[in-house]
Design a protein around this ligand. Structure first.
Ligand code: TA6
Length: 293
């Protein structure tokens, strides 16, 4: 099968790009939010997408990789900023014979963005599919004054069972616990496991962490640069029930690990460009489950 990119209507007629490397390695991106909603690696769907997700213009999609910019969390802007609810444009596409399929999406400031965030900027989101999924957010300050922002790739990973899964690579990292008024703790475990709601901002973590599905043995390696922090979240029972676009039991089949510049804002001088990159690699069934690492 030839590698290619297809553009056309997706859910509810919303414009969607399909990146097809071959029939077992594909990705899907909606122009609404430059939102990656699917990544299939060796025929397996790696990302979680809620069955109750709204696919409506100007609404965030629950699952996949929500693009958080220029604000992580709550604040002066809508929760997680306007990037994930804005309509992005296709800046360029590229298909390389070696089997790389890439698209660059673009978002610039507008009357609507300046109304809530009065800065001139241009953002690009690069999605590159090989046997990995590489995503890169680029932000350029096209204003005359410096500005600050926080950002994250709010990635939802599909799991067989949250009760038989863990995050590896965070031992020794400090974190802010959003469920305990942002108090700071130090991660002492080789593995972060889930026995209730978890909502933590791990600070200046190693640039590689892994999501391990102990049922399937699948291990997803997250390699990040430009994003010092990693947010780890599972809503668990009560919060899942409160979320309108999320099934009551869906918390059992997902975890968010979010490469982010969250704890400290990025300060960007006029004319400068910031880059944040996340590369996902799926090792199917290779996780050494006995290994404590
Ligand atoms: O993942 C961290 C977090 O800030 C959680 O506190 C939770 O609110 C989650 O993001 C989802 O936010 P959303 O606005 O997409 O419902």
């Amino acid at each position: 099968m030839d590698s290619r990119i297809e553009v056309g209507p997706g859910r509810n007629g919303m414009q969607k790009l399909q990146l097809i490397r071959d029939d077992r390695n594909t990705a899907e991106i909606y122009l609404n939010g430059a939102h990656v909603t699917s990544w299939r690696s060796a025929g397996e769907e790696i990302l979680f997408l809620s069955e109750q997700s709204r696919f409506a213009d100007g609404k965030s999609i629950r699952g996949g990789i929500p693009l958080v910019f220029p604000q992580f969390g709550s604040g002066n802007l809508p929760q997680h900023g306007f990037a994930r609810t804005s309509l992005w444009e296709i800046a360029s596409t590229r298909v390389v014979d070696s089997g790389e399929v890439e698209v660059v999406l673009a978002l610039n400031d507008s009357d609507a963005t300046r109304e809530v965030w009065n800065h001139a900027f241009s953002a690009e989101f690069v999605v590159s599919l090989t046997d990995r999924l590489r995503t890169e957010l680029r932000v350029t300050n096209s204003d005359t004054e410096a500005f600050e922002f926080t950002a994250a790739l709010h990635t939802y990973f599909a799991l067989s069972d949250i009760g038989a899964a863990h995050i590896a690579g965070l031992k020794g990292s400090k974190y802010l616990d959003s469920l305990k008024e942002g108090q700071k703790f130090k991660e002492s475990g080789e593995r972060v496991i889930f026995e209730g709601e978890v909502d933590r901002i791990y600070l200046s973590t190693p640039d590689e962490v892994s999501v391990v599905d102990e049922v399937s043995g699948r291990c997803i390696r997250i390699q990040k640069s430009g994003f010092p922090d990693a947010v780890v979240w599972n809503p668990w029972v009560d919060k899942a029930r409160r979320m309108q676009d999320f099934g009551d039991e869906e918390f059992q089949g997902m975890v968010c690990v979010e490469a982010g510049a969250v704890a400290s804002p990025v300060r960007l001088e006029p004319g400068r460009t910031w880059h944040g990159t996340q590369t996902l690699t799926a090792d199917h069934g290779s996780a050494n489950l006995s290994d404590a690492s």
